[in-house]
Design a protein around this ligand. Structure first.
Ligand code: HEM
Length: 327
């Protein structure tokens, strides 16, 4: 990994991660694994892919940089309020523009700002939508689970729409979401990590600057950790004595959000979104297979691990009329 702010050496770096994305789907089947995947060495072999990557990077710069510049102009022009910006809002990009890089490297460049914005947009959309599609697939496949979830929502929430504040009172819903993230983790790897000095990890030498890729999905499918791991069974999270801490603070049995210092910063927001959207969709509609069709659970490696054939479902409005939530 190129050190932050240093000239890009063709491996994963914050300066131009979009053009040198090094996430690899190389398969590992036995525990956290490592691989060094140096872009500069592979470049001669992937000419067509590098061309496409450069083109995508250009499109990304052309779409996001004007927005960054507009915000820059707003901040420059306006009288600053207490919140730190003229319109009273403190945007993510404001924090990035104010960032002072360590070791006197000044502020992030435009390239770095675009990379960081795009990282946030991708990380915050693909992951959640992927998890939701898998969750809806499971609702379609397991009518009994959908019915139990619907009954829980009716019993706890009654005749109004589910709100964020209800989520903590819906244990079965929480269990369905956890089981979705275990059985279908949106990412099978965490993002590229790197070491700041030569070190050893489980007997492997990791040189300074090497990319380190952790294949984390193996943990979710390990029969030593999860009985009957390929079966979708939310109840495993409700069994007394089988509490699972997905933050990894107490124990690590699954890590859909990563663990430790680089854990997903939006773990709370991501799980809230999935819980709330799933609950609303089941509360409003009954989901089932389209006539004569069987859903296909095959996976496809994209940025996240998506359904190879997107979900096709039949939805029917439920008869219960719900009161609107007052804003
Ligand atoms: C189901 C939802 C989500 C899942 C499963 C997920 C998972 C992950 C994982 C596995 C990582 C990498 C952790 C590592 O490298 O150790 C990550 C990083 C990240 N996630 Fe999420 N995420 C989700 C939702 C979100 C949302 C909603 C946002 C933003 C609104 C977000 C923003 C980020 C960012 C910015 C990073 C990079 C952090 C860094 O570079 O240290 N994620 N996420």
């Amino acid at each position: 990994m190129a050190p932050y702010g240093a000239p890009c050496d063709g491996t994963w770096c914050l300066k131009c991660s979009a053009s040198h994305g090094s996430r690899t789907s190389a398969g590992f089947d036995n525990g956290p694994s490592t691989v060094s995947f140096r872009g500069s060495r592979t470049r001669p072999f992937f000419a067509r892919q590098w061309k496409r990557i450069k083109e995508l990077r250009r499109i990304q710069m052309d779409s996001i940089l004007p927005l960054v510049n507009t915000r820059r102009a707003v901040l420059k022009a306006g009288a600053h309020t207490q919140a730190g910006s003229p319109d009273g809002a403190h945007a993510y990009i404001d924090s990035l523009m104010n960032l002072e890089l360590p070791e006197g490297r000044g502020k992030p460049t435009d390239e770095e700002l675009v990379t960081l914005c795009s990282e946030l947009l991708t990380a915050g959309t693909d992951t959640t939508s992927t998890a939701l599609e898998w969750a809806m697939l499971r609702m379609v496949m397991h009518q009994d689970i959908q019915e139990t979830l619907y009954q829980e929502i009716c019993d706890v929430v009654g005749d109004r729409k589910v709100e964020g504040k209800d989520i903590e009172n819906l244990p079965y819903l929480n269990a369905v979401v956890k089981e979705t993230l275990r059985r279908h983790p949106p990412g099978h790897f965490v993002l590229s990590h790197a070491v700041t000095q030569d070190c050893q990890l489980r007997g492997y030498d990791i040189p300074y600057k090497a990319n380190v890729e952790f294949y984390t999905a193996w943990m979710s499918f390990d029969p030593k950790i999860w009985p009957d791991p390929m079966t979708f069974n939310p109840r495993r999270f409700l069994d007394p004595g089988n509490e699972v801490d997905i933050t990894g603070n107490k124990q690590v049995k699954m890590m859909p959000f990563g663990v430790g210092r680089r854990i997903c910063p939006a773990l709370g927001l991501g799980t809230l979104h999935i819980n709330l959207i799933l609950a609303r969709m089941v509360q409003e509609f009954h989901w089932s297979c389209r006539d004569g069709e069987t859903p296909d659970i095959s996976e496809k490696f994209a940025f996240t691990v998506i359904m190879k054939n997107p979900l096709q479902a039949s939805i029917k409005k439920r008869s219960r009329t719900l009161m609107e939530v007052k804003p």
